[in-house]
Design a protein around this ligand. Sequence first.
Ligand code: URA
Length: 278
Amino acid sequence: MSSDHAPTVRDLIAFYLEAGVDCALEEEPVDRLSACDGPIVPLAEASPAPARQPHDRPAAAAPRAGIAPPPEIAIESAREAARTAPSLETLRTLLDSFEGCALKFTASRLVFADGNPQARLMFVGEAPGRDEDIEGLPFVGRSGQLLNRMIAAIGLKRSDVYIANVIPWRPPGNRTPTPQETQICLPFIRRQIELVNPDVLVTLGNPSTQTLLQTREGIMKTRGKWFDYDTGARTIRAMATFHPAYLLRSPSYKRMAWLDLRAIARALGDKALEETAS
Ligand code: URA
């Protein structure tokens, strides 16, 4: 909130979103700005609020547009929607109109993907942050800039690879997505990987690795190893490496990330050699 103007309702809502507020508690809005208009009464003099009686509880919220359904229903409809998407464009359209994940209602926009849909190399992160939510593209903030340098380190450009996230909406205040939110979004990212059909899939950081490569091991154990990833149509090679945000906080691990990138480059090169030989 900038300090050179009186706070507006927009500032207040922006503050709530940043703070991670993602649901309403009362049926009626409370104007907390006008609550400051009257004289300030010392707490001791203020009359205590009447005790709330059990029957005063707000009625259970009736289903409204913009409220996500229960997780089991959302997961089932995500599976159904993702399964029917014949192309990446359709998948994006389906995701954009999907109302099964509550994160959609707090994010500014869908962050679907960036890069080349025909890429042989695909990166998958966890979830968009603030910069990505503003631009509608994955990995455009500080960690995105480091990812660009990691891609350049193996002789490729961002436009040569395909980049997406397990979760396509920014969680409020960058909180960790819940296991339910991840399960609801999983059919979509799985279909996205199947449609891109890369030769090599790289999971960035623990959450994306554990979700997509179905392991409970931490990134220190999983990174740099080859996994088989079954797209549903074929098996592709997958490798986990450190999330660029982690590398920004712990630059000493860049050396290991570099080893992972070299292995990835070799795998892409080997594949290119196999294709030339056959
Ligand atoms: N971190 C992620 O996991 N994804 C992004 O798109 C940006 C930051």
